[in-house]
Design a protein around this ligand. Structure first.
Ligand code: SF4
Length: 397
């Protein structure tokens, strides 16, 4: 009986994946015909950068797994990667430190993610573009004119609302950040918030927040995809664009607008120090014997049990390391208000007792998970990457 049920379940899952695959093929064909032509052939770019076909195939396996798809989707990930450079991107800078752009640019050798980011069709990026002043403004106007409803708007930084938004003015016409963000996002196919400041306000919105800074979604009242982190991991940005190319819509989002494939689990769940946590082996103070032995950092303030992100799985800087591996606890930077509530505390948020600690910590995390999962149902697949004029037509009908 159990065997029959399991076989029936397998059949249902296989059918769903076949349907998903069909949807993926149709969408990639649509993207192929609708996106602007590529400046360079992606396979030629890989060849020029010394990336072998074997490395590319290996990367598609890793990215397919990261996106929580079965291996049958590897060819689709490869096709989406080939179209990556054809997606027009307008990148806005609000109130921020440019650390998110820095994280995306930092690389010491050309892995596939970096090459994808290098080839991205950046129509406008205030920090990276050579143009300035009126010239830069013209680039933005051209991008909005050439790709209406077809470009991705990436916003870095929070939006100040105090004094009518005048704490942030941009460009030769002195527009406020709020005006500029409203104008550009209203013409975009989708808005991606890169980093926790644009997602939730965070560092810019930390107490006492004199500029009244808030996240983009809150400032404009729009749905955004939040690639949270301070800075976020570039792979989570790349994976989200690949997903949109493959399925013509946003990935499932949690209740905070973060893609579930990247932010669905806690740091604590992926952590290499977790066996020490379970064994009750903790660093009691910086530099002690436990620190030298690589024990758990919970008692010196690691916020991994309260924080949802995949940092430990994909790591940073060419996947070399990540904060907990380097010896410092997680500061909770993918969560709202982390700067006020988590980062400065070099102790656990609650007085979890060792031994009973896991029960306490998991209890806290379970509450966060329930809130997160509740949001998934509301957001999953809710927004399709369709052209804005298609949406308008649908609305009129
Ligand atoms: S508390 Fe922090 S260091 Fe310890 S296992 Fe959890 S995430 Fe890792």
């Amino acid at each position: 009986m159990a065997h029959q049920k399991s076989a029936q379940y397998d059949r249902v899952v296989r059918k769903q994946y076949r349907e998903l695959m069909d949807r993926c093929k149709v969408n990639l064909d649509r993207m192929d015909s609708e996106l602007p032509p590529p400046v360079e052939d992606f396979q030629d770019v890989l060849k020029d950068r010394g990336v072998s076909r074997r490395s590319f195939i290996k990367w598609t396996s890793i990215m397919t797994g990261a996106l929580m798809l079965p291996p049958m989707f590897k060819p689709m990930v490869a096709r989406a990667a080939e179209q990556f450079s054809r997606v027009p991107v307008v990148w806005l800078h609000m109130a921020e430190c440019t650390g998110c752009s820095e994280a995306l640019l930092r690389t010491s050798y050309p892995n596939i993610d970096d090459i994808l980011l290098d080839t991205i069709s950046l129509e406008y990026h205030e920090t990276l573009m050579a143009a300035a002043g009126d010239q830069a403004e013209q680039c933005l106007e051209k991008a909005l004119h050439d790709f209406p409803g077809k470009f991705v708007c990436v916003v870095e930084g929070a939006i100040p609302l105090a004094m009518g938004g005048k704490y942030l003015t941009l460009g030769p016409k002195g527009k406020t950040g709020l005006q500029l963000a409203r104008e550009v996002t209203s013409k975009a196919a989708m808005t991606i918030c890169i980093g926790s400041c644009s997602a939730f306000g965070n560092v810019q919105a930390a107490k006492p927040n004199p500029t009244g800074a808030v996240g983009v979604g809150q400032a404009l009242g729009i749905e955004t995809v939040n690639i949270a982190g301070c800075p976020p991991n570039p792979n989570n940005f790349v994976g989200t664009i690949l997903h949109c190319l493959m399925f013509g819509g946003l990935p499932a989002l949690d209740g905070l607008g973060r893609p579930v494939w990247a932010y669905g689990k806690r740091i604590h769940d992926y952590c290499e120090r977790r066996p020490h946590y379970d064994a009750g082996e903790f660093v009691e103070e910086w530099g002690d014997d436990g620190a030298k032995k690589g024990w758990c950092l919970y008692k010196v303030g690691c916020k991994g049990p309260y924080t949802f992100a995949n940092c430990g799985r994909i790591r940073f800087n060419d996947a070399i390391s990540w904060p907990i591996m380097a010896g410092h606890g997680c500061i909770g930077c993918t969560e709202p208000n982390f700067w006020d509530t988590m980062a400065p505390l070099e102790k656990p948020i609650q007085d979890a007792t060792i031994g009973g600690g896991e029960a306490t910590v998991d209890h806290i995390a379970m509450g966060l998970t329930v809130a997160t999962v509740a949001g998934i149902a509301a957001h999953a697949g809710a927004t399709a990457w369709v052209h804005r004029d298609d949406k308008d037509t649908a609305n009129k009908e």
